[in-house]
Design a binder for this molecule. Structure first.
Ligand SMILES: Nc1nc2c(ncn2[C@@H]2O[C@H](COP(=O)(O)OP(=O)(O)OP(=O)(O)O)[C@@H](O)[C@H]2O)c(=O)[nH]1
Ligand SMILES: [Mg+2]
Length: 373
């Protein structure tokens, strides 16, 4: 084991051994910061060695979903069921050793599903194909966690991803960080702090080598949240949970599991029998928060057969990227009918956020509106 790994393990152990209370709060906070800094160093070293190269997948479709779970829970069997892909399956661990993509159609949208090698505890340290898998997981729009009756420990899976900087069903902390050249470090807050009171924030910042600049806390942030902002490489990904091979589960086990995995609401499926797969597909579609936009050429009805698929929060700008280039280049304004419009036919710009089932006409320059072919 390298001395870096030794240091990491040492600090992890010390955090585990130390009881959390008012007196140890600061000490644990600084240990967590040290740990985060060492993990950043480990990632930087792995990159230097070229880890992960050649493992990338080209994203395609309207969104990318990653199947994440321990070995042999049925990820490949599920991919083959949901898509036309043919990923090898087997009754032994690590059948899949690379990323296998497949395409799922859902209400006019194409959803890329990625089958990947099984994840094991210690993945972030490089076990299995862990590091490569984690780097792909960081880039997906949605994680589908897959567990099965023999691998019900969702907690360990989630902790592995968290250790790799993936934040699940969470949002970035309301903390504004500005680095400076000189003048020292100022920390201020707009709310009363209960976790980072008493000078803890600056001492954590110093662990990251931040000595000049400002930190503004806009919520009662935790130590972990401040560390996330200082580390700066966190990704925020949504996730849903499916329990595969559920035909093997006793009814009592289902109930216990539902309680155990809160706040997840598990979907019980069987990739073998096909049970629950429609619900899973609907669950994926909902979690991706697709919206359908009908483009209406001027003076003609909207095209309701082939909506442009966007995600909630997407703007007219994103819509333009999906349309022919002359519309993008000639864009002057858009007219919107539907839930995002304050009144029917409202004229809006590129930054206007669209809503599901909006009807949009693109107005191009030179006073002429062009029909969308
Ligand atoms: N009973 C039952 N067995 C299943 C189900 N889905 C998959 N299996 C079996 O579970 C074993 C593992 O399936 P895979 O699809 O290869 O699992 P994986 O998660 O891709 O495994 P790795 O690639 O090794 O990580 C195979 O023997 C499958 O036939 C299911 O719904 N019910
Ligand atoms: Mg597999």
């Amino acid at each position: 084991m390298s001395s870096l790994e030794e240091k990491l393990t040492e600090i992890e152990d010390e955090i585990r051994r130390t009881a959390y209370n008012k007196a140890t709060q600061g000490h644990i906070g600084r240990l967590k910061a040290k740990l985060a800094v060492l993990r950043l160093e480990r990632e930087a070293r792995a990159k230097g060695k070229g880890g992960g190269v050649g493992y990338g997948v080209r994203k395609s479709g309207h969104a990318t979903v990653g199947l994440v779970g321990y070995p042999s829970v049925g990820k490949s069997t599920l991919l083959n069921r949901l898509t036309a892909a043919e990923s090898a399956t087997g009754a032994y661990d690590f059948t899949t050793i690379s990323i296998i993509p497949g395409m799922l159609r859902w209400g006019g949208a194409s959803i890329q599903i990625l089958d990947m090698p099984g994840l094991v505890p210690g993945a972030a340290k490089g076990r299995g194909r862990g590091r490569e898998v984690l780097s792909v997981v960081r880039s997906v729009d949605l994680i589908v966690f897959l567990i099965d009756p023999e691998h019900l420990d969702l907690g360990a899976l989630v902790r592995e991803l968290e250790g790799a900087g993936v934040r699940i069903n969470d949002r970035p902390p309301r903390i504004v960080l500005q680095r400076g050249e000189r003048g020292g470090l100022t920390v201020s807050s707009t709310v009363r702090l209960t976790h980072l009171a008493g000078g803890l924030a600056p001492s954590i910042a110093r662990e990251f080598g931040l000595h000049n600049g400002s930190i503004v806390l806009r919520e009662d942030a935790s130590v972990d949240q401040l560390i996330d902002v200082l580390a700066g490489n966190r990704v925020y990904v949504s996730a849903i949970l499916a329990v595969n091979k559920s035909e093997l589960l006793a009814p009592g086990e289902r109930l216990r599991l539902v309680r155990e995995v809160q706040p997840f609401r598990p979907l019980f499926i069987s990739a073998r029998t096909g049970d629950g797969l429609d619900e899973l597909i609907a669950g994926i579609g909902n979690a991706l928060r697709f919206i359908r936009i009908y483009v209406k050429p001027p003076g003609r009805p909207a095209d309701r057969d082939e909506p442009v698929i966007l995600r909630q929060g997407d703007t007219v700008g994103e819509l333009l990227r999906r349309l022919p280039t002359d519309l993008q280049q000639g864009f002057r304004a858009a007219q919107v009918w539907g839930r995002s419009a304050r009144f029917p036919g409202q004229t809006v710009g590129r930054d206007h956020a669209l809503a599901d089932e909006d009807v949009v006409t693109v107005v191009v320059a030179r006073g002429s509106t062009r029909a969308v072919a």
